[in-house]
Design a protein. Sequence first.
Length: 261
Amino acid sequence: MGFEAENISFRYGKHQILDRISFQLENGQILALLGSNGIGKTTLLKVVSGILRPYEGKSRMDGRELLEMSYSEKAKVVAYVPQNTNSTFPIRVIDAVLMGRKPFVKFALTKRDEELAFSILERLELSSHAFQYINELSGGERQRVFIARALCQEPSLLLLDEPTSSMDLKNQLRTMEMVKRLAKENNLTVMVSIHDINLAAMYCDRFLLLRQKQIYAIGSAEEILTEENIHQIYDVRTKIEVVDDCRHMILRKPEKEVRGK
């Protein structure tokens, strides 16, 4: 059935951030949330995760009302990975990942919990770091550890806020490839806030553009990643080319710079 947002609205005090946000996402799909800084991408992820509560609207995962679930129930359905993972305690990587099993633990961790954690670390190419302390890792490695912890929750819906912001180019590609593979293999629905449009185009199935508190456009790469749409959202000039069957954005100099040559 997948995910459904219905008329979600949110404000901080009198400052409205989201206004009647509605969309659907099928199981196994990856949705890229795109838009300028401060437009509400992170806020939308936090509302869906339950960190923030909208003053209006509903969200459902496989037909179940997320806003009506208890914290422990929701933790078995939704996993959220924040952008900032720099403030971390000196805890071993394996212990950090096993924290994802907390919603399921009644008395003590089981052998199955540990096997699942080590399996996820292996799939995210973190096995060699399992017994290192998380504060000894690079920013990109820490981000992958938090993704591993989220996957250890065995969620139906995975929310990622700028998951590649601390990574070099190779690890950006590797991480998004892993997320793509896991989404398809586990029928996992993913929403990712991301600034790198080219990276999103390579690995995401659908694209949602936020503008002025509302959805400006939503659809496939061919429908959404156009020069006109990017100009409307980011106020920059671009050229869109297709390389290896994937749309790529090429930035162009502002017109005043071109005229000044």
